[in-house]
Design a protein around this ligand. Structure first.
Ligand SMILES: [Ca+2]
Ligand SMILES: [Ca+2]
Length: 319
């Protein structure tokens, strides 16, 4: 009598050799001597593992030529979830300031998965970009199940970066704000302001100047240059204006650049008065009546020149 080894279930990758799945034995019989065993395999239908089952027929033959057979069923099963490996550049996902879309994509990265029963391809899902002040982050999560329905443990990568929105510039003022008399001399101007980077980074500032009048050829003696930037808080402006104009307006622009490279700017004006500011032309006033003047009177002697060099409210020059 032949005794088949019990039916077995193998994980993908396990050996189906009889040394692993068992061998047949025999008992009883009337023929003295030995019994020889052999087996033949026939493929059974494949299941979700993608591996064909094995119907293994064992045959025992004794010395008298008697044979007896039995069949062992070997099937493959998959109880092991795939494993996912994700990678990206840089490995920690930490980007600098204002990365490009391609850089964010590279940081979110790609993933592969291993499964003993066959090829599986993880699918990515991207969260929306999360925003916290100047910080941004985005997470990509991969998941996959094998063909037998075993879900992998999800794997995620997060890219983080910061964005620059342009530093804030507040309290921009120029001192003095008016220049008088228009005697073609260079005057010291102090530009005060406060800057702050919304990302907490270092801010660099520069000054630039424009004028509503040409530098020369306005009957001013052809002196130039009419402005010289000394440092981010100090410059010199020439006190002159076209004799035929309505006064010169210098526009001083403060440009602040944050650590992420984004810039913002604010402007302030310094005026070279053409004439004394007076009540609106065309109004008549009685002799000896009281007239209320309003406005800026930059031509008051002494009011238009710095009292003692640079204004005390002006920040010290950057080193
Ligand atoms: Ca599996
Ligand atoms: Ca000039």
């Amino acid at each position: 009598m032949i005794h088949c080894p019990p039916d077995v279930e193998l994980e993908c990758g396990d050996s189906s050799d009889s040394s692993n799945t068992g061998t047949a034995t025999a008992s009883g019989g009337t023929c003295s001597g030995g019994v020889a065993f052999n087996h033949t395999d026939a493929a059974a239908a494949a299941n979700c593992t993608g591996h064909a089952g094995i119907d293994r027929t064992w045959t025992a033959t004794d010395d008298c030529g008697n044979t007896v057979s039995c069949t062992q069923h070997i099937t493959f099963v998959d109880h092991t979830a795939p494993t996912i490996q994700a990678t990206g550049t840089p490995a920690d996902g930490v980007l600098g300031c204002s990365p490009t879309a391609a850089e964010i994509e590279a940081a979110l990265g790609t993933a592969t998965a291993d499964d003993s029963c066959g090829t599986v391809t993880p699918s990515p899902t991207d969260d929306n970009v999360a925003s916290n002040g100047c910080s941004r982050s985005q997470t990509r999560t991969w998941n996959v199940s094998d063909a037998c329905g075993n879900p992998a443990t999800a794997v995620s990568r997060t890219a983080t970066w910061t964005v620059g929105q342009g530093p804030s510039i507040t309290g921009v003022s120029a001192s003095p704000a008016t220049l008088w008399p228009p005697n073609h001399t260079m005057r010291d101007i102090c530009v005060d302001y406060t800057v702050a980077d919304n990302c907490g980074g270092t801010v660099t500032t520069t000054l630039s100047v424009t004028s509503n009048e040409p530098t020369n050829n306005t009957g001013d003696g052809d002196t130039s240059p009419d402005w010289v930037v000394v440092d981010p808080h100090h410059l010199k402006l020439r006190a002159e204006r076209a004799g035929t104009g309505s006064g010169r307006v210098y526009t001083i622009t403060v440009t602040a650049t944050g650590a992420c490279g984004s810039a913002s700017s604010e402007s302030v004006s310094v005026v070279v008065e053409h004439n004394i500011t007076s009540p609106v032309s065309g109004n008549a006033f009685k002799v000896n009546s009281t007239v209320n003047f309003a406005g800026t009177f930059g031509d008051v002697p002494g009011a238009a020149t710095p009292r003692s060099g640079r204004s005390t409210t002006c920040r010290p020059a950057a080193p």
